[in-house]
Design a protein around this ligand. Structure first.
Ligand SMILES: Cc1cc2nc3c(=O)[nH]c(=O)nc-3n(C[C@H](O)[C@H](O)[C@H](O)COP(=O)(O)O)c2cc1C
Length: 211
C-alpha cells in the first residue's frame, strides 16, 4: 500500500506505519491493543499497513549468512517483501505477547530475519531507513499474564536491539501485566486509551514537515 501526493508536480510519498501483529492468537490481547493504536493513527490521518505474522509462511533465520556478503537474505518467502516495507515505513510498531519472558516465537522469527538489515547497515554501511529524517520512531505493545517487575525486560531489550538493526529508535511502549485470557485487555481501558493516544501522537509527529 503506497499512497503519494503531488505537490507542485512532484510526487511525495505519504508516510505509513508498518504495524506488525506478533501474536499467534487471532483477536488476542495484543491484537486488540494494536487495533486501538491503529485507530489512533488513522484518526490522526496516517495510514497503517497491518502485517499479521501468524498468516505468513516464513522461516526463522537459518544462519546462511548470505546477508553478510550481499546485505540481503537468501531465503525467499513471505518475509522477503517486508524488508522494503520496513525500510520505507515512516514508523514501525510491533505487538507481541510475552512468552517465556521474551517475544512470541513468530515475533522473534521476524526479529531474527531483520539480521539481513543489520548486515546492510553495519557491514555494508548502507542506510536502511528510506523515510525522511533520522532513525524512524518505533512503538512496542505487549501484554503478559503475570505481574513480575521484570516481565517485559527481555522483550523490551530485544525490541531495542532490532530497532537499532533497522535504523529505528524506540519511541514509546505500552506494556500491560496481568492479562492472560483473550479479551482480558478490555479490563484495562487506560492501556487501550494510551495505545490510541500514542497512535494519534505518532501521526502528528509523522505529518510534521521534515527539514
Ligand atoms: C507459550 C506461552 C508462554 C507464555 N509465557 C508467559 C510468560 O513467560 N510470562 C507471562 O506473564 N505470561 C506468559 N504467557 C501468557 C501470555 O503472555 C498471555 O496469555 C497473553 O495475554 C497472550 O497475549 P495474546 O492474546 O496477544 O496472544 C505465555 C503464554 C503462552 C501461550
Amino acid at each position: 500500500m503506497d499512497s503519494s501526493q503531488a505537490v507542485n508536480g512532484v510526487s511525495i510519498a505519504q508516510p505509513f506505519v508498518l504495524c506488525v501483529y506478533g501474536s499467534p492468537r487471532i483477536r488476542g490481547n495484543t491484537d486488540v491493543l494494536m487495533d486501538r493504536f491503529v485507530e489512533g493513527l488513522e484518526a490522526g490521518g496516517v495510514a497503517a499497513e497491518r502485517v499479521y505474522l501468524r498468516q505468513l509462511a516464513f522461516s526463522p533465520c537459518r544462519e546462511i549468512y548470505a546477508c553478510r556478503d550481499h546485505g540481503a537474505c537468501a531465503l525467499q518467502d513471505d518475509m522477503t517483501p517486508l524488508y522494503d516495507r520496513i525500510r520505507d515505513a515512516g514508523a514501525l510498531a510491533l505487538a507481541s505477547p510475552i512468552m517465556f519472558y521474551g517475544l512470541s516465537a513468530v515475533a522473534k522469527a521476524f526479529v531474527d530475519r531483520c539480521q539481513a538489515l543489520w548486515s546492510l547497515r553495519y557491514l555494508r554501511n548502507e542506510r536502511v531507513n528510506r523515510a525522511p529524517g533520522g532513525p524512524k520512531p518505533a512503538v512496542f505493545l505487549s501484554v503478559g499474564a503475570t505481574r513480575g517487575q521484570r516481565l517485559f525486560e527481555g522483550a523490551l531489550r530485544t525490541f531495542r536491539y532490532v530497532c537499532d538493526a533497522v535504523e529505528a529508535r524506540p519511541w514509546q511502549s505500552v506494556t500491560v501485566p496481568g492479562v492472560d485470557r483473550a479479551g482480558e485487555i478490555f479490563q484495562h481501558p487506560d492501556a487501550l486509551d494510551r495505545a490510541h493516544r500514542l497512535g494519534t501522537e505518532l501521526a502528528r509527529l509523522l505529518r510534521r514537515p521534515h527539514v
